[in-house]
Design a binder for this molecule. Structure first.
Ligand code: F6P
Length: 423
């Protein structure tokens, strides 16, 4: 992990990758503030790795200290992000050569790539570049994903906030449904993100405990969707409680392995675009049971809801960015700062370095012990894991217009030094 002496001069390149979160900019703030404290200049790639390939670099030195501080509470990706998979070195050597050319032209010695498991793969490949192509570049992956599916780390920055948003929304919408159920809506269905892992859906379970508390049914991608069992449970819940709240992961599949809702498009990594399972389930409920329903698809709302972020998550997001700079300056390569849980109650955590090849392209799903026997709820073990992650409210300054005071960076471009590159 550690390689020879630290380069004595050069710049640090930071890039955001994949789906953004409510707190990914807090990680950027951790990176930039720590690098500034060490006298290191930070460039950011516009739109992730594409910015590096296109030589579209941003000079973060043009931003004020106040603007960088405001990143700590501004959602979205301040420098732009992308989904773009680098091929293997053999399959597309030209792309790697271009990357090295750009890094060399701008004297970049440290590359910090902030993303999920796909991005860890990209970061790992770039970290191998130095050796293969004779340029001294240290590469650190920085964790981020609302899906919470990265291996090794106890949790992923971005997840705690989407978990809090989901639990709070489930609680609030259930109070609404409960008040109307006698004469109106009997079933409310909330669809959440998470692709192949049910962590976000599981977080909805924090909204209540006990058979009659919402959510009454959680549908996980880790379990095959059983239509008959689902309908029977909705019916039994409405007859017993008077109404029923369902939380469904976008990634649930039928016995044939097909997603219940697939938009028909795929991204650069071959992932199906998901979304739309809630209306499918609602139609099923209407068709089989005749109940009035409402459904909601918070979609990007859930991963951008900084107003409802978890303080724990915001702190962890900042800490991984700060640690990534420490690792880079210590000469480490092909590692990621991960979150290690040291105690559950009171919750304690620390940051440690983990090898990127243990993280790249792996997907951490919900362990079977976190799901109840019928597969429709979470266990005490899951609560113990999840509860600390949504703790605390992350304060946000509001303006006189009633809106949060989010920052818009200047994003001043660095002058290009190379000819354009077709990719
Ligand atoms: O980054 C993870 C994620 O938020 C998933 O949960 C979701 O399915 C996906 O991104 C959506 O990706 P995109 O914004 O590229 O459509």
């Amino acid at each position: 992990m550690k390689s020879k002496a630290r380069p004595t001069a050069g710049r640090l390149l930071y890039a955001q990758s994949g789906g953004v979160t409510a707190v990914i900019n807090a990680t950027a703030a951790g990176v930039i503030q720590n690098a500034r404290a060490h006298g290191i200049k930070v460039y950011a790639a516009r739109n992730g790795i594409l910015g590096a390939l296109r030589e579209e670099l941003i000079d973060t030195g043009k931003e004020t200290a106040a603007a960088i501080e405001a990143l700590r509470y501004t959602p979205g990706g301040a420098f732009g992000s992308c989904r773009y998979k680098l091929k293997s070195l053999d399959a597309n050597r030209a792309e790697y050569e271009r990357l090295i050319d750009v890094l060399r032209a701008h004297e970049i010695r440290w590359f910090l790539y902030n993303g999920g498991n796909d991005s860890a793969d990209t970061a790992l490949k770039i970290s191998q570049l130095g050796k293969a192509m004779g340029y001294d570049i240290r590469c650190i992956g920085v964790p981020k994903t609302v899906d919470n599916d990265l291996a090794v780390t106890d949790c992923c920055p971005g997840f705690g906030s989407v978990a809090k948003y989901t639990a709070v929304s489930t609680l609030e919408a259930s109070l609404d449904v409960a008040s109307m159920a006698d004469t109106s809506t009997k079933v409310f269905i909330l669809e959440v993100m998470g692709r192949h892992a049910g962590w976000i859906a599981a977080a909805a379970g924090l909204a209540g405990e006990g058979a009659d508390a919402a959510p009454h049914i959680i549908l996980f991608p880790e379990r095959v969707f059983d239509e008959a069992a689902f309908i029977a449970k909705v019916k039994a819940t409405v007859e017993r409680v008077g109404w029923c709240t369902v939380v469904a992961s976008e990634g649930i599949r039928n016995a044939e392995g097909q997603f219940l809702a697939e938009a028909g498009t795929r991204d650069a990594f071959g992932h199906s675009q998901l979304g739309g399972v809630a209306p499918v389930l609602a139609a099923l409920v209407k068709d089989k049971l005749g109940y009035k329903y409402h459904w909601a698809l918070p979609d990007y709302l859930q991963r951008s809801a900084r107003h409802l972020a978890s303080k724990t998550d915001a702190e962890q997001a900042y800490a991984v960015g700060k640690a990534a700079v420490d690792y880079a300056l210590a000469g480490m390569n092909a590692v990621m700062p991960v979150i290690v849980r040291t105690a559950d109650a009171p919750y304690r955590w620390k940051i440690e370095a983990a090898a990127l090849d243990k993280i790249a392209n792996r997907e951490k799903k919900m362990p079977p012990g976190f799901l109840t026997r019928d597969g429709f709820g979470i266990t005490a073990a899951a609560r113990k894991y999840l509860a600390p992650l949504i703790q605390g409210e992350a304060a946000l300054p509001y303006g006189r217009n009633g809106l949060p005071k989010y920052v818009q960076l200047k994003n001043v471009a660095v002058a290009k030094k190379l000819p354009d590159f077709a990719h």
